[in-house]
Design a protein around this ligand. Structure first.
Ligand SMILES: Nc1nc2c(ncn2[C@@H]2O[C@H](COP(=O)(O)OP(=O)(O)OP(=O)(O)O)[C@@H](O)[C@H]2O)c(=O)[nH]1
Ligand SMILES: [Zn+2]
Length: 343
């Protein structure tokens, strides 16, 4: 019945869901999202790439809040004369999302990947705390992390770095590569399997696009030669968001992942606010709400100026956002459970 979609990572996990949704009518077919544009999507199935858009009556109402992201498997109604119509987003086996405080909703960045490649360069950009932070969000995503240290041609003494990474990676594979000399590329290729999807997590300029090009052996990604720190132009370079290498491995590298990487450096609650966590351990009561309790260490630090109000407010705000996102997810889960019980 379905030809080819397995090659894009479509497994039983997804096909089992179809029976529940499709019921008797089998006019909907599975496809994978390869690009997300404003209101248009690019999907792939049967080795063809097509434009698709959402079925308005399903997606554009308040009850349905799950929108497709790059990597999602969706069910579409084929339209031989134009754009296909997306009816459903299948449950994800892994995902990266962030809470968008402006729109007050969870924003999906990438879905259904098997591996997270945490990419960091070995020069001045190297930051072990950041790699640690990326490792923890990679584990949360539901996929398996690997650490890829790039630009090995720029350092003389790799050991200085490898000791630090070994210390935090705990069983996670680590690769040292150079897209310039080709060092480590063959080793890394052995790690890539057909039908599997990899997502890249790393800050700007660490060499993600160069790595994709080195792995694919051709120039599929545009590499930026100008090192401007945050000029918007960098992020507007259009390139494919999900690409398939010649061996059948897929790579997701979207602007959204770049933002996620940034966001996690700036606002990683647990690592960046460690001094607040430490202070609150000094409160007299273990469950201190830092409001009116006597012996509150946070209050004391705020009064003495040891902790700035700005920083404290920032912390509170982020905590609220994180809680809100978690609640929202719980709600969505419950909604889904209810739906599946009805059927
Ligand atoms: N020496 C050296 N330079 C590299 C290597 N890989 C990439 N570069 C250089 O680093 C710069 C950034 O490389 P990109 O591949 O564009 O990095 P990116 O992570 O895709 O950057 P964004 O598109 O901003 O996210 C370019 O000037 C590359 O030529 C490497 O292995 N060795
Ligand atoms: Zn307190």
């Amino acid at each position: 019945m379905i030809r080819g979609i397995e090659n894009y990572g479509f497994t039983n996990y997804f096909s089992n869901q179809i029976e529940l949704i499709n019921g008797d009518k089998d006019d909907l077919v599975p496809a994978r999202i390869t690009e997300v544009h404003k209101e248009m999507y690019t999907i792939i199935y049967d080795n063809i790439e097509k434009r698709a858009r959402l079925k308005g009556s399903i997606f554009y109402n308040d009850k349905y809040s799950i929108y497709p992201a790059v990597g999602d498997f969706v069910l579409v109604n084929r339209n031989p004369y134009g754009e296909d119509i997306i009816h459903h987003v299948l449950d994800r086996k892994s995902k990266f999302s962030r809470y968008d405080s402006h729109y007050e909703k969870e924003q999906m960045v990438a879905a259904n990947f098997d591996h997270v490649f945490i990419i960091s360069s070995l020069n001045h950009d190297f930051n072990i705390k950041r790699i640690e932070r990326y490792l923890s969000i990679a584990w949360e995503s539901g996929a398996n992390p690997a650490v890829i240290l790039t630009k090995s041609d720029l350092v003389d003494d790799i050991e200085e770095y490898s000791l630090q990474v070994d210390n935090i990676a705990m069983g996670v594979p680590i690769f040292y590569i150079s897209s310039v000399t080709g060092e480590g590329i063959e080793e890394l290729k052995k790690h890539l399997k057909p039908k599997e999807t990899i997502v890249f997590l790393g800050s700007s300029g660490v060499g993600k696009s160069s790595l994709v090009n080195a792995l694919s052996g051709e120039n599929v990604m545009k590499v930026n030669d100008i090192r401007e720190d945050d000029s918007k132009g960098r992020h507007t370079t259009t390139h494919r968001q999900l690409i398939m290498l010649s061996n059948g491995t897929m790579i997701i590298d979207t602007p959204g992942m770049r933002e996620l990487a940034l966001w996690n450096i700036e606002d990683g609650l647990d690592t960046t606010f460690s001094e607040i966590e430490e202070l609150s351990r000094l409160c007299r009561f273990k469950d201190c709400s830092h409001n009116k309790e006597p012996g509150c260490a946070i209050k004391k630090a705020l009064l003495s100026g040891e902790l700035s109000y700005d920083r404290w407010n920032n912390y509170i705000k982020l905590q609220k956002e994180a809680r809100f996102a978690a609640r929202k997810e719980q709600l969505n889960l419950r909604k889904k459970e209810k739906l599946s019980k009805k059927r």
